[in-house]
Ligand binder design. Sequence first.
Ligand SMILES: NC(=O)c1ccc[n+]([C@@H]2O[C@H](COP(=O)([O-])OP(=O)(O)OC[C@H]3O[C@@H](n4cnc5c(N)ncnc54)[C@H](OP(=O)(O)O)[C@@H]3O)[C@@H](O)[C@H]2O)c1
Length: 268
Amino acid sequence: MKITIIGAGNMGGAIARGLAKSGTFAEEAITCTARTAGTLEKLRSTNPGFNLLTDNVAAVNGADIVVLAVKPWLMQGLIEEIKFSLDPQKQIIVSVAAGIPCSQIEEWLSTGMPWKGEFLPAIFRVIPNTAVEVLESMTFISAIREGMPQLQLINHIFAKLGPTMVVPESQISACTALASCGIAFAMRYIHASAQGGVEIGVRAADAQKIMEHTIIGAAKLLLEKGTHPAAEIDKVTTPGGITIRGLNEMEHAGFTSSIIRGLKECVK
Ligand SMILES: NC(=O)c1ccc[n+]([C@@H]2O[C@H](COP(=O)([O-])OP(=O)(O)OC[C@H]3O[C@@H](n4cnc5c(N)ncnc54)[C@H](OP(=O)(O)O)[C@@H]3O)[C@@H](O)[C@H]2O)c1
């Protein structure tokens, strides 16, 4: 099986590296494209076995799966460029672009094509986050329509890059806010805590390490025990103690409210 990733920048490149690192595809079975040689050179330095091209038409030739990973506003032009070389009856199309529904991809792909109306192409929307690089992406997958037999394969492939969740497309924006935007929110929490740590006397590098492990520990507690965050908070908040004082002070400054407001802003 061969996969082509068109637009191997931050996300496309991370997916390619993740698929190679996890052993899901041999490097030779992965083709990546970009506009500039510089972007491809970066990939060559980490994964010399990748097929690296600036020619998208040549890149889709012979691929079983074609991942479209350019910026959303470049997607229509890209599809116009490659659609005559695609075989949507055989090839699976995966878009990672934020904000573009599968139906829009289908329309761009099928308009003016002789096969339009004769069969329905297999189109999936896949939203990973940047933790794909370390095989810990929380990835959402939506199919253009229900009951698509290729869903299992797509899920199987992206599950090698971290946990996956198959969701109706109507939920993709909300899930993207929680995970793809959420990874930035989690980073900000770590950074803010490290800054506070320095003020209370911990060296910056130590404070960051402490926070990285604290976040992993908190997430693992919930994941492995299946408990509610409030139950875990109860265990560490002694009446009149320092943790509840710190938490309540954060709430007075709008901690929970600011997170909810930020998430709502992401889906506007
Ligand atoms: N970053 C995230 O966390 C994240 C999460 C989920 C989804 N996404 C989606 O992933 C997509 C890519 O985002 P990104 O952050 O990875 O952007 P990026 O770093 O700018 O990567 C896009 C790549 O597309 C290449 N490109 C542009 N036009 C092309 C063309 N016609 N043919 C071939 N390659 C072309 C660019 O090549 P050059 O470098 O040579 O210019 C660039 O390397 C977006 O649609 C975004 O919505 C991103």
